[in-house]
Ligand binder design. Structure first.
Ligand code: NAD
Length: 483
């Protein structure tokens, strides 16, 4: 059995207590590895190491840091098959998805911020004849990066890469449900020659080691992606210490489909935006609103295509839907389907737990579901299910579509399908979300601001937004002709 280790000060080691947690393989429901059950003692050691490493990381300069990040990217890319297999086994997602999306994106994250390290600049403000202001953007020091299980390496590196590029040292923690590729990342960073202490990766439970990271007085900024409820706990902990916080939280994203859309393109994309990674992507559209004249055609076609999705062994190349991440999550998703029926919804397809053969008989498999007949106020339309479940509902006009789209506490992403560009721009302006996709979904440019409004989070990741988050601006004013 693989024993995952912490990575502190350039050394692989168990938790200080020696305690371990079991790690389950979602496709088999069996324990297949163990990870350190770290706590505040490990966090203290990691912070000490990070503080000690900070001057050396500074002395490498922008170009040195850029080269280091590029080397890590190259090593992950060289080890793509190893990383993809590990991600698939650990999370239950199809191997093909890990190979084509998760791991390549982790490589892109390091490459992107490797170049950002050398291109990041700062502003100057001239006061004619009087003075010049220039703004230094200095690294914060030691920062925390905490990530969830749904896109494990993808999201972990989305934080770590800009944090390092901006000149910080990092104490990172992946989800306890999917620790494997973070451990492989530590090995890649080590092999790339990253100086000891620059990147420290701790494993364990959120309320124990995660909380200790947020509480540590010398971690001055925390970048977090996870659930809205956890975000609240982080905010409560960090606010009295005046820490910088970036919170990327839950979503309940609407897809708004007008009758004039390109039907085939919309259908192909809607299947992806509903069920990619089993709907376990914060950007998945989970509430689908369709203009009345198109509603029945859309519904029948969505159900037909959803039934065709292949649920099965994540290792099989034909598999489109793997296992959900944990038994607890499977129970949660099934529970929402029971609730949908209680609330008066009709489950048009899916929602059945699947028992596969052989080693996979205890895996966390469920068929993707489409639910009709629920109103906006129903819990299944208000709460984040984060699984392969979508609700569908007709609308009459733009005003109703907007009211439905904006009618939850969340505001992460949204998708709009229409050939009428005036309408698209008009609606994009009024949708309460950090991201609006028009006639597409998950088309990502890493330079763009990424994040949500309302209870979907605070702050933005991506491009210069991330570099600004991970630096402190200091304004310097020089009076002309003073001496
Ligand atoms: P989670 O909030 O349970 O856990 C996220 C991370 O926080 C894990 O590493 C966990 O160990 C840690 N954690 C838990 N309690 C903590 C505490 N008290 N202090 C510090 N860290 C703590 O979320 P999850 O179940 O792993 O992930 C699913 C959620 O993440 C969904 O709500 C989803 O929408 C959200 N998500 C958001 C985005 C986004 O970009 N907005 C992206 C992906 C996932």
């Amino acid at each position: 059995m693989t024993i995952i280790q912490n990575y502190i000060n350039g050394a692989f080691q168990p938790a200080a207590t020696g305690n371990c947690l079991d790690n389950y393989q979602p496709a088999t429901g069996q324990i297949y590895s163990q990870l350190p059950d770290s706590d505040s003692v490990d966090v203290a050691a990691a912070v000490d190491a990070a503080q000690a490493a900070f001057p050396e990381w500074q002395s490498l300069g922008r170009e040195g840091r850029s080269r280091m990040l590029a080397r890590i990217a190259d090593l992950i890319e060289e080890r793509l098959d190893i990383f993809a297999l590990a991600e698939s086994i650990d999370s239950g997602k199809p191997l093909t998805l890990a190979r084509t999306v998760d791991i390549p994106r982790a490589v892109s994250n390091f490459r992107f911020f490797s170049t950002a390290a050398v291109q990041f600049g700062s502003e100057s403000h001239n006061m004619e004849g009087l003075a010049i202001n220039y703004t230094l953007r200095q690294p914060i020091g030691v920062v925390g990066c905490i990530s969830p299980w749904n896109l494990p390496l993808y999201l972990f590196t989305w934080k770590i890469a800009p944090a390092l590029a901006a000149g910080n040292c990092v104490v990172g923690k992946p989800s306890e449900l999917t620790p494997m590729t973070a451990w492989l990342l530590a090995q890649a960073a080590h092999d790339a020659g990253l100086p000891a202490g620059v990147l420290n990766i701790l494993h364990g439970l959120g309320p124990r080691v995660g909380q200790a990271i947020v509480e540590h007085p010398d971690i001055k900024a925390v970048s977090f992606t996870g659930g809205t409820q956890t975000g609240r706990i982080l905010a409560r902990t960090a606010a009295p210490m005046f820490k910088k916080l970036s919170l990327e939280l839950g979503g309940k994203n609407p897809n708004i489909i007008f009758a004039d859309c390109d039907f085939e393109e919309m259908m192909r994309t809607t299947i992806r935006s509903s069920f990619s990674n089993n709907g376990q992507i914060c950007l998945c559209g989970s509430r689908i609103y369709v203009e009345k004249p198109l509603y029945e055609r859309f519904r029948d076609e969505l159900v037909r295509r959803t039934k065709q999705l292949v649920v099965g062994d994540p290792m099989h190349p034909d598999t489109q839907q793997g296992a959900l991440v944990s038994r607890q999550h499977l129970d949660k998703v099934s529970g929402y389907l029971d609730l949908a029926r209680e609330e008066g919804g009709r489950v048009l397809c899916g929602g059945e737990r699947l028992q596969l053969a052989g080693d996979l008989k205890d895996g966390y498999f469920i068929t993707p579901a489409v639910v009709e007949g629920l109103e906006l106020h129903h819990r299944c339309n208000q709460e984040e299910i984060f699984g392969p479940v979508v609700t569908i509902q007709p609308f009459t006009d733009e005003a109703e579509a907007l009211a439905l789209a904006n009618g939850t506490e969340y505001g992460l992403a949204s998708t709009l399908w229409t050939r009428d560009l005036n309408r698209a721009h008009r609606m994009a302006e009024q949708i309460q979300a950090g991201i609006v996709w028009i006639n597409c979904w998950m088309l990502r440019d890493l330079r763009t601001p990424f994040g949500g409004v309302k209870n979907s989070g605070v702050g933005r990741e991506g491009g210069w937004e991330a570099m600004r988050f991970f630096t402190e601006p200091k304004n310097v004013t020089v009076r002309y002709g003073g001496y």
